[in-house]
Ligand binder design. Structure first.
Ligand code: 5GP
Ligand code: MG
Length: 176
C-alpha cells in the first residue's frame, strides 16, 4: 500500500483558517447561520471550524451533527452503521453550512439535504469540504468552500487522520 502525504498538520491548520475567513466573508454575522457536520467523519472538521470561527469572531457559532444513514439511496446495499444526529438549533430559516471531510460521488450530500429537511426548511444551504475528489461526481453537487481539489483514481482513497481519533498529528494522505 503506497501512501503519499498531501496535507500535514500545519497545512491543515492554514487551510482551516482560510476556510473560516471565506465563511466570515460570506456570512459576516453568524447570527442566522449554523454548521452541520456530517457523521461520522465530517464532525472533526466541523468542530475545528466552529472553534476557529469563535476564536476569530468572538461569537458563539451553532453546530450540529447529521447522520444521513437512513436517507442514503444505497442504504439497503450494505451494513452501514448509524450514528447520532444532534441538532439543537432551529433549521427553519437558517443559513446552513454542511461540512464533510471528503466529497466524492455527491450521494452523501444529497442524502444530507434530504435528512436535514426533516428538521425544517433552511433559508440557504452551502457545502464545505476539505478534499474535493475531482471528476468523480455521480450527482450535480459542488462545494462552495474547498480545502483542496485532488485528482484521484477510483482505486485511490483519501485517508484523513485527526488527533481526536488517536493520530499523532492531523494529516491527509493519498492511498493507492
Ligand atoms: P460520496 O457520498 O460523495 O461518494 O462520498 C463522500 C462521503 O464518503 C464522505 O462522508 C466521506 O467521508 C466518504 N468518502 C468518500 N471517499 C472518501 C475518501 O477517499 N476518503 C475518505 N476519508 N472518505 C471518503
Ligand atoms: Mg449572516
Amino acid at each position: 500500500m503506497e501512501k503519499r502525504l498531501i496535507f500535514d498538520n500545519q497545512l491543515i491548520n492554514i487551510t482551516i483558517s482560510r476556510l473560516c475567513h471565506e465563511l466570515i466573508e460570506n456570512h459576516q454575522s453568524f447570527d442566522n447561520s449554523a454548521i452541520l457536520g456530517l457523521q461520522p467523519r465530517g464532525i472533526f472538521l466541523a468542530e475545528r471550524l466552529r472553534q476557529r470561527l469563535q476564536d476569530i469572531t468572538r461569537q458563539k457559532i451553532a453546530l450540529g451533527y447529521l447522520d444521513v444513514t437512513f436517507y442514503r439511496d444505497d442504504f439497503r446495499r450494505s451494513d452501514i452503521k448509524a450514528n447520532a444526529t444532534k441538532i439543537d438549533f432551529v433549521v427553519e430559516g437558517r443559513e446552513v453550512i454542511l461540512v464533510d471531510d471528503v466529497l466524492y460521488t455527491g450521494r452523501t450530500v444529497r442524502a444530507a439535504m434530504d435528512a436535514m429537511t426533516a428538521f425544517g426548511r433552511p433559508e440557504k444551504v452551502e457545502l464545505l469540504t476539505l478534499i474535493d475528489r475531482k471528476y468523480t461526481r455521480h450527482l450535480p453537487v459542488e462545494a462552495n468552500y474547498v480545502g483542496r481539489q485532488v485528482n484521484t483514481l477510483q482505486s485511490q482513497r483519501i485517508k484523513v487522520e485527526w488527533k481526536e481519533q488517536g493520530a499523532a498529528q492531523d494529516s491527509i494522505w493519498l492511498v493507492e
